[in-house]
Structures are given as structure tokens and as C-alpha cells.
Write a new protein. Sequence first.
Length: 361
Amino acid sequence: MKNKLQRYFPIIRTRKEILNELRDNDELWSQFESWEEENQEEYLDICTGVKGVKVLYDTFFKAVMNPDTRPERLNDFLSTVLGRTVKILKVLPNESARIAAESSLLVMDIVVQFEDGSIANVEVQKIGYLFPGERSACYSADMLLRQYKRVRRELGKKFHYRDIKKVYTIVLFEKSNSVFKSFSKDIYIHRFQQQSDSGIELNLLQEYTFICLDIFDNIIHNEGRKIDGRLEEWLVFLKEDDPDMIIKLLEQNSEFRDIYEEIYNICRNSERMMGMFSKELEILDRNTVKLMIDELDEALGEEREKVKAIKQERETLKAEMQEAKAEKESLKAEMEAERKRAEEAEKELIRLRAELEKLRK
């Protein structure tokens, strides 16, 4: 019996066909058996159409959205995100010094240059990093500086600051952090650009777009919710592996059928598909380690803050005790001075009484 996606894409093979092919190839079968059972099941589910491919994962994204071979797809997606028509001129090497690059939570990272000279860094984070604003600002500044150095080197004495073009930072979070979730459970896209408080307009070159795919996922699965516009169509394609959502997208816009057809042709090539899947498993393993380190570091940071707060409270209490002690000593000294003044007054009173007695005699 065909599953839902097999009815749309007859080229999708059955579980039995895939397993028979793997068993007939010692190398592929050995690789398949080396995976955890849950990974084996996920691989078979993807290849048989029980669930969709996670297109945003680096190897799968580059296979069907490669800006070198299929630039029109990424052009369309980026134009939709940025709200203006862009055309990719070339892919740039990503030379920025990523923090802990070898154990990053990035599942995709690409830098492209548009025909007008502007640059876009598109990255997908499996789990959103802490301090997303500060981090993105640093990498945007790094890209801007690299562009400045390159253009100045190329133009020499003809260089002018107007030759420096915009830098766009586009970040998609599979799981966004609390900054976005606490702000809104209904807003999944946030755009930033610098502007003055006076109304004057200056071209400050840096713009940012943050897309929270988990928030989008919750919204798009609301009963009766339609896929609204081109951006949401792209996000469904990139994010959703639910066959019902994929079919919903295909029925609304058949343009995506060609890309899915390409994906399921890749799934028929077991050697290529297993290579791509294995690479993603390696990335996910690395990400899991990084996540554990980040969570531990965050927990330690919280404990450090608690210890710091306790120390500060202790110092405050100590200072208050010292102040109270000083006040006590001051009060004691004042009381002693008052006692001495009272004694002196009493002596003076006795003296005056004695003089008065003398006068009466």
C-alpha cells in the first residue's frame, strides 16, 4: 500500500526495496548497521516518504538549493526574505572566525554576493545561540570589514566608501531561544536595521533578519491555518517534514514539486544518500556535545551568579554589621559623655548649694 507521498511521487521506493539493495552491497549494509536503530528508522522513513527530508540540513540544502547550480531557487528565497529582488553573483568563502567552529550548532552556513555587490550570510542554527544580537552583530561587522579590505585592495586609489555595499545577516533558528519566545508566540520573523532618532537617513550598511522556525511550525499547524504567501511557502518547504504539510504545499504551489522530485531522485541513489545522511549524523553528534557543553556552561554561569550574589549579600551584611557596631560605639561614647556632663552638673549644683547655705548664715 502506497503512503501519502508515494502517491505524489511514484519514484519513491518501498522499505523492502531499499533494504534489499543495502543487503546486496556489503559496504552500504555495514554502514547502515553501524547506525543506531533510531537513525536507521529515520533514514528509511525519509527514503520511503513516510516523512519528508529535513531540507535545511547542510548537505540536503546544498544538494537542491546550490547557488552555483540552481541559483534561481536561493535567489527567490532570499528575495522573499529581504523584500527586494536579489540575484546571486557568486558564493564567497566563509573565512570568519566562528566561535568553536568545529563543534558549532550551525547546521548550515553560506555567504553569497549579489550582483549589486551586497553580501548575505545565511545560517541555520539547530538551537539558537545565547546573545543572538551581539553574536550576529560581531559576524556582520566581520563580513563588513572583510568586504572593506577586499574592495579597497581591488580599487586602490579609486576606492571610495560608497563602494562598500550592504551586509545582510539572515539567521533561521530550528529551536529559538527564550529571547524570541518570551517576546511573542505569534511572531516568527524579526527584521532589524539601524535608524536615527531625528529622521535623518544614512546608509549604515548592516541589516538583520531572524526567523524562528519553531514558532512558525506551531503557527502553521493551527487547524484551518492556510499557508500565507511566498515566504511561508518557502518556510514550509525548508522546515516541514510532515507529509500532510508537504502535500498541502504542493496543492497550493506546484512549483515545489520539481524540487521534491529532485530530492526523491537523490533518495534512490543509496550511496549518495547514505553519504549525505552519515555526514548529517556526524554534525548532529558534534552539535549534541556542543549543546551539552553550552548547557553545562550556562548552568555553571547561573551557579556563579548565585555565589556572587551570596558573597555580595554577605559583604553587605558585614558592612551593615560594622556600621551598626560603629553606631553602637558612637552611641556608647555619647552616653559616656552625657554621664560625665551630668556628674559635672551635679558637682556644680552641690557647690552652688553650699555657697547658698553660706550666704544664708
